[in-house]
Write a protein that binds this ligand. Structure first.
Ligand code: AR6
Length: 198
Protein backbone atom coordinates (compact mmCIF):
# COMPACT_ATOMS: atom_id res chain seq x y z
CA UNK A 1 0.00 0.00 0.00
CA UNK A 2 1.03 3.62 -0.46
CA UNK A 3 2.98 5.04 2.45
CA UNK A 4 2.30 8.58 3.52
CA UNK A 5 5.33 10.72 4.17
CA UNK A 6 5.42 14.20 5.58
CA UNK A 7 7.79 16.62 3.91
CA UNK A 8 9.37 19.71 5.46
CA UNK A 9 6.99 22.04 3.66
CA UNK A 10 4.11 20.37 5.44
CA UNK A 11 2.69 18.64 2.39
CA UNK A 12 1.40 15.12 2.91
CA UNK A 13 2.27 12.99 -0.05
CA UNK A 14 1.87 9.40 -1.01
CA UNK A 15 5.11 8.55 -2.75
CA UNK A 16 8.62 7.79 -1.59
CA UNK A 17 11.11 10.64 -1.39
CA UNK A 18 13.10 9.13 -4.27
CA UNK A 19 10.28 9.17 -6.77
CA UNK A 20 8.90 12.46 -5.44
CA UNK A 21 12.06 14.34 -6.23
CA UNK A 22 12.69 12.31 -9.39
CA UNK A 23 10.39 14.31 -11.68
CA UNK A 24 12.39 16.28 -14.17
CA UNK A 25 10.98 19.08 -16.33
CA UNK A 26 9.48 17.75 -19.56
CA UNK A 27 7.80 20.21 -21.90
CA UNK A 28 6.25 17.51 -24.07
CA UNK A 29 4.41 16.31 -20.98
CA UNK A 30 3.71 19.70 -19.37
CA UNK A 31 2.00 21.15 -22.43
CA UNK A 32 -0.56 18.35 -22.33
CA UNK A 33 -1.71 18.97 -18.76
CA UNK A 34 -3.99 21.72 -17.49
CA UNK A 35 -6.03 22.82 -14.51
CA UNK A 36 -9.61 24.02 -15.01
CA UNK A 37 -11.90 25.43 -12.34
CA UNK A 38 -15.56 24.90 -13.08
CA UNK A 39 -18.25 22.45 -14.07
CA UNK A 40 -16.86 19.36 -15.80
CA UNK A 41 -20.12 18.98 -17.70
CA UNK A 42 -19.29 22.06 -19.74
CA UNK A 43 -16.19 20.66 -21.39
CA UNK A 44 -16.46 19.95 -25.09
CA UNK A 45 -13.80 17.29 -25.27
CA UNK A 46 -13.50 13.59 -26.08
CA UNK A 47 -14.25 12.30 -22.62
CA UNK A 48 -15.08 13.47 -19.14
CA UNK A 49 -14.55 11.12 -16.22
CA UNK A 50 -17.39 10.49 -13.78
CA UNK A 51 -16.85 9.71 -10.08
CA UNK A 52 -19.64 7.14 -9.98
CA UNK A 53 -20.82 4.43 -7.59
CA UNK A 54 -20.94 0.68 -8.16
CA UNK A 55 -24.43 0.76 -9.70
CA UNK A 56 -23.43 3.25 -12.44
CA UNK A 57 -27.02 4.43 -12.31
CA UNK A 58 -26.37 7.90 -10.94
CA UNK A 59 -26.21 9.42 -7.47
CA UNK A 60 -25.16 12.72 -5.90
CA UNK A 61 -22.14 14.95 -6.49
CA UNK A 62 -20.58 15.10 -9.93
CA UNK A 63 -22.30 11.81 -10.84
CA UNK A 64 -25.77 13.25 -10.27
CA UNK A 65 -24.83 16.40 -12.12
CA UNK A 66 -23.51 14.47 -15.14
CA UNK A 67 -26.61 12.26 -15.34
CA UNK A 68 -28.89 15.29 -15.03
CA UNK A 69 -27.17 17.08 -17.89
CA UNK A 70 -26.70 14.01 -20.11
CA UNK A 71 -30.36 13.01 -19.88
CA UNK A 72 -32.24 9.76 -19.23
CA UNK A 73 -30.66 7.99 -22.16
CA UNK A 74 -27.31 7.95 -20.29
CA UNK A 75 -28.92 5.97 -17.47
CA UNK A 76 -30.46 3.60 -20.04
CA UNK A 77 -27.03 2.95 -21.52
CA UNK A 78 -25.47 2.57 -18.06
CA UNK A 79 -28.06 -0.06 -17.15
CA UNK A 80 -26.44 -2.25 -19.78
CA UNK A 81 -22.93 -1.85 -18.34
CA UNK A 82 -23.55 -4.21 -15.41
CA UNK A 83 -22.17 -1.96 -12.66
CA UNK A 84 -18.53 -1.37 -11.84
CA UNK A 85 -16.30 -2.35 -8.92
CA UNK A 86 -14.19 0.21 -7.04
CA UNK A 87 -10.98 0.95 -8.93
CA UNK A 88 -12.39 -0.13 -12.32
CA UNK A 89 -13.84 1.93 -15.16
CA UNK A 90 -16.49 1.61 -17.87
CA UNK A 91 -17.26 3.83 -20.84
CA UNK A 92 -20.52 5.20 -22.23
CA UNK A 93 -21.55 7.83 -24.74
CA UNK A 94 -21.93 11.46 -23.69
CA UNK A 95 -25.59 11.72 -24.77
CA UNK A 96 -26.69 15.37 -24.32
CA UNK A 97 -23.29 16.44 -22.96
CA UNK A 98 -20.81 18.26 -25.17
CA UNK A 99 -18.28 15.50 -24.37
CA UNK A 100 -18.31 12.54 -26.74
CA UNK A 101 -17.86 9.93 -23.98
CA UNK A 102 -18.17 9.55 -20.23
CA UNK A 103 -15.76 7.19 -18.50
CA UNK A 104 -17.33 6.09 -15.24
CA UNK A 105 -14.99 5.03 -12.49
CA UNK A 106 -15.75 4.12 -8.89
CA UNK A 107 -13.45 5.47 -6.21
CA UNK A 108 -12.75 3.84 -2.84
CA UNK A 109 -15.12 4.43 0.08
CA UNK A 110 -12.34 3.50 2.53
CA UNK A 111 -9.49 5.90 1.61
CA UNK A 112 -7.56 3.06 -0.09
CA UNK A 113 -4.86 4.77 -2.20
CA UNK A 114 -4.21 1.69 -4.36
CA UNK A 115 -7.86 1.61 -5.42
CA UNK A 116 -7.81 5.33 -6.19
CA UNK A 117 -4.65 4.86 -8.26
CA UNK A 118 -6.28 2.06 -10.24
CA UNK A 119 -9.24 4.37 -11.03
CA UNK A 120 -6.77 6.54 -12.95
CA UNK A 121 -4.87 3.67 -14.60
CA UNK A 122 -8.09 1.95 -15.68
CA UNK A 123 -9.39 5.22 -17.15
CA UNK A 124 -6.11 5.48 -19.08
CA UNK A 125 -6.54 1.92 -20.40
CA UNK A 126 -9.91 2.89 -21.89
CA UNK A 127 -8.40 6.11 -23.26
CA UNK A 128 -5.85 4.04 -25.20
CA UNK A 129 -8.37 1.46 -26.31
CA UNK A 130 -10.74 4.12 -27.72
CA UNK A 131 -8.01 6.38 -29.08
CA UNK A 132 -9.25 9.25 -26.92
CA UNK A 133 -7.19 12.45 -27.14
CA UNK A 134 -8.73 14.85 -24.61
CA UNK A 135 -9.74 13.86 -21.07
CA UNK A 136 -11.00 15.70 -17.99
CA UNK A 137 -10.86 14.23 -14.48
CA UNK A 138 -12.85 15.44 -11.49
CA UNK A 139 -11.30 14.94 -8.02
CA UNK A 140 -12.36 11.30 -7.76
CA UNK A 141 -13.44 10.09 -4.30
CA UNK A 142 -12.83 13.43 -2.56
CA UNK A 143 -16.49 14.43 -2.12
CA UNK A 144 -19.09 11.98 -0.83
CA UNK A 145 -16.45 9.23 -0.50
CA UNK A 146 -14.32 11.44 1.79
CA UNK A 147 -10.80 10.72 0.50
CA UNK A 148 -8.45 13.43 1.90
CA UNK A 149 -8.01 15.96 -0.88
CA UNK A 150 -4.25 16.49 -0.67
CA UNK A 151 -3.47 12.77 -0.64
CA UNK A 152 -5.95 12.16 -3.47
CA UNK A 153 -4.36 14.96 -5.51
CA UNK A 154 -0.91 13.45 -5.07
CA UNK A 155 -2.21 10.11 -6.32
CA UNK A 156 -4.02 11.70 -9.28
CA UNK A 157 -0.99 13.72 -10.36
CA UNK A 158 1.64 11.04 -9.76
CA UNK A 159 -0.35 8.37 -11.62
CA UNK A 160 -0.93 10.75 -14.52
CA UNK A 161 2.71 11.87 -14.67
CA UNK A 162 3.90 8.25 -14.63
CA UNK A 163 1.46 7.27 -17.38
CA UNK A 164 2.41 10.27 -19.53
CA UNK A 165 6.10 9.29 -19.35
CA UNK A 166 5.27 6.41 -21.70
CA UNK A 167 2.13 7.63 -23.46
CA UNK A 168 2.19 11.41 -23.87
CA UNK A 169 2.31 11.21 -27.65
CA UNK A 170 -1.02 9.37 -27.66
CA UNK A 171 -3.01 12.20 -26.03
CA UNK A 172 -3.48 15.93 -26.60
CA UNK A 173 -4.67 17.16 -23.24
CA UNK A 174 -5.43 15.94 -19.76
CA UNK A 175 -7.51 18.41 -17.74
CA UNK A 176 -7.79 18.31 -13.97
CA UNK A 177 -11.19 19.79 -13.21
CA UNK A 178 -11.56 21.30 -9.75
CA UNK A 179 -14.79 22.70 -8.39
CA UNK A 180 -13.70 25.22 -5.75
CA UNK A 181 -10.86 27.62 -4.96
CA UNK A 182 -9.37 25.59 -2.08
CA UNK A 183 -9.00 22.53 -4.28
CA UNK A 184 -7.60 24.67 -7.06
CA UNK A 185 -4.85 25.90 -4.73
CA UNK A 186 -3.88 22.35 -3.78
CA UNK A 187 -3.74 21.22 -7.42
CA UNK A 188 -1.80 24.32 -8.47
CA UNK A 189 0.76 23.76 -5.70
CA UNK A 190 1.23 20.06 -6.43
CA UNK A 191 1.21 20.36 -10.22
CA UNK A 192 4.40 22.40 -9.89
CA UNK A 193 6.04 19.38 -8.28
CA UNK A 194 4.79 16.66 -10.63
CA UNK A 195 5.01 18.81 -13.78
CA UNK A 196 7.89 21.14 -12.97
CA UNK A 197 8.71 23.97 -15.34
CA UNK A 198 12.07 23.74 -17.13
N1 AR6 B 1 -17.96 19.43 -12.03
C1 AR6 B 1 -16.75 19.14 -11.53
N2 AR6 B 1 -16.55 18.68 -10.28
C2 AR6 B 1 -17.63 18.51 -9.51
C3 AR6 B 1 -18.94 18.78 -9.96
C4 AR6 B 1 -19.09 19.26 -11.29
N3 AR6 B 1 -20.28 19.54 -11.81
N4 AR6 B 1 -19.80 18.50 -8.94
C5 AR6 B 1 -19.05 18.07 -7.90
N5 AR6 B 1 -17.75 18.08 -8.23
P1 AR6 B 1 -18.25 13.44 -5.54
P2 AR6 B 1 -16.95 10.86 -4.86
C6 AR6 B 1 -16.58 17.67 -7.44
O1 AR6 B 1 -18.93 13.47 -4.21
O2 AR6 B 1 -16.33 11.45 -3.66
C7 AR6 B 1 -22.02 10.21 -5.80
O3 AR6 B 1 -23.21 10.16 -5.07
C8 AR6 B 1 -16.69 17.68 -5.94
O4 AR6 B 1 -16.47 19.01 -5.45
O5 AR6 B 1 -19.04 13.81 -6.73
O6 AR6 B 1 -16.12 10.01 -5.76
C9 AR6 B 1 -21.77 8.93 -6.57
O7 AR6 B 1 -22.96 8.37 -7.06
C10 AR6 B 1 -15.54 16.75 -5.54
O8 AR6 B 1 -14.30 17.45 -5.53
O9 AR6 B 1 -17.63 11.95 -5.84
C11 AR6 B 1 -21.11 8.06 -5.54
O10 AR6 B 1 -22.07 7.43 -4.72
C12 AR6 B 1 -15.48 15.77 -6.70
O11 AR6 B 1 -16.33 16.30 -7.72
C13 AR6 B 1 -20.30 9.02 -4.71
O12 AR6 B 1 -20.96 10.28 -4.86
C14 AR6 B 1 -15.91 14.35 -6.36
O13 AR6 B 1 -16.97 14.38 -5.41
C15 AR6 B 1 -18.88 9.17 -5.22
O14 AR6 B 1 -18.18 10.02 -4.35
Amino acid sequence: SIEVYHNPAGIDFDVSLDSFFGYTPNNAINKRVSLYTGDIRCLEIDTIVNAANESLLGGGGVDGAIHKAAGKSLKKECELLGGCRPGYAKISGGHRLPAKYVIHTVGPRNKDGEILKSCYTNVFSLVREKNIKTIAFPCIATGVFGFPIEEATNIALKTTRDWLEDHHEEVERIIFCVFNEDTKKIYAKLMKLYFPAP
